[in-house]
Ligand binder design. Sequence first.
Ligand SMILES: Cc1cc2nc3c(=O)[nH]c(=O)nc-3n(C[C@H](O)[C@H](O)[C@H](O)COP(=O)(O)OP(=O)(O)OC[C@H]3O[C@@H](n4cnc5c(N)ncnc54)[C@H](O)[C@@H]3O)c2cc1C
Length: 378
Amino acid sequence: MDFELKEGEKTVRKRAREFAEKEVLPRAAEIDRRGKFPLDIAKRMAELNLFGLPFPIKYGGASATLMSYMVMIEELSRGSASIGCLGAAGLISLFPIHYAGSEEQKERYLRPLCEGAKLGAFGLTEPKAGSDPTSLETTAVHDGDEYLLNGRKAYITNTAVADIYVVFAYTDKSEKKEGMSAFIVEKGTKGFSFANIEDMMGMRGCSVGGLVFTDCRVPEENRLGNEGDGLRIALATLDRDRIAMGSIGVGIAQACLDASREYAKERKQFSQPIAKFQAVQFMLADMAMEVEAARLLTYKAAYLADKGEQFTKEASMAKLYASEVAQRAAINAVQIHGGYGCTKSCPAERYYRDAKILSIAVGTSEIQRMVIAREELK
Ligand SMILES: Cc1cc2nc3c(=O)[nH]c(=O)nc-3n(C[C@H](O)[C@H](O)[C@H](O)COP(=O)(O)OP(=O)(O)OC[C@H]3O[C@@H](n4cnc5c(N)ncnc54)[C@H](O)[C@@H]3O)c2cc1C
């Protein structure tokens, strides 16, 4: 068993860490306070070719491992979970095109997404279809050489800031799971608009909101794969995004540990640093142990994905465990920072709000437990 990252993965970690420390961390509080999508940081990530990292060089990517991408997301999330989330949103919008797209679609859409000239979004969730994606109401009716899309999406990351949207709709509801299809929809297409941009509790730098399709005509050539491939494409994408959520959790938990360790050494009460108190030491010990365990679970899922092996269960374990670790680490970080931890000046307060999001997005904790149990009982 090899616990070392490969040389290329270590290089990605070093570069991502430098970027996060110099350009993300100093902006993290402001991004959170303003609750506005930081376009300039997205542009810098594009310049550094971060979005294209695990996709082929021939489409503008870097042909690196998925592990590299997960390490990058972890490092970005140490600086700001919103920016880690931006990395995860990149993965879920690029991956479906890489996975199911034709050569023409990859050239036309994957390339600008890899190069960061355009931003992507992944539209599955709807007002009445969250944990159960088979209850989608959005329809795509074949009409000549086009599809007519009607319906609404909810809580979509990069909602109004993206240029290219992967959207899921029923082409034949009577076929149930086999009747869902995936489409690429460009911003500016007639009949496609945005609604309900949310004021989120955490990861406030992400633009999260709704998509609206009203008699929106999408060319047949923008369908990904065949009619009926939609759910397969969505689930393959979500498996990968769950590892990315694990990476965000590890990044937040590590940030909680780092901030708490330093504060505990500085803050004095009863004439000594609070780090001398065993109660504080035990919180730090639990954080250190759990962040390491969450990291190993996340890396294991990425390792299996890179080897082309089954990783659905491991991805759900990584997502579930790392999100719970991040939440516990954030609770302890607030505790160690005392009154200061309850203020907006202290990063622990932001970690606390950011960490909670992880137990909802990309499948709630309950859904992850269902997936893990289903895989165990096979
Ligand atoms: C920050 C953020 C970003 C997001 N980005 C995207 C995105 O880019 N694209 C996208 O498509 N979606 C996105 N989502 C949507 C997200 O995936 C859904 O919110 C999530 O899947 C839960 O769906 P829901 O909100 O409808 O909750 P519901 O499904 O209504 O669940 C409500 C509660 O019921 C529980 N529940 C539901 N079914 C069961 C069951 N069978 N057994 C036990 N408990 C159950 C849930 O666990 C939860 O506690 C995002 C969400 C957030 C918060």
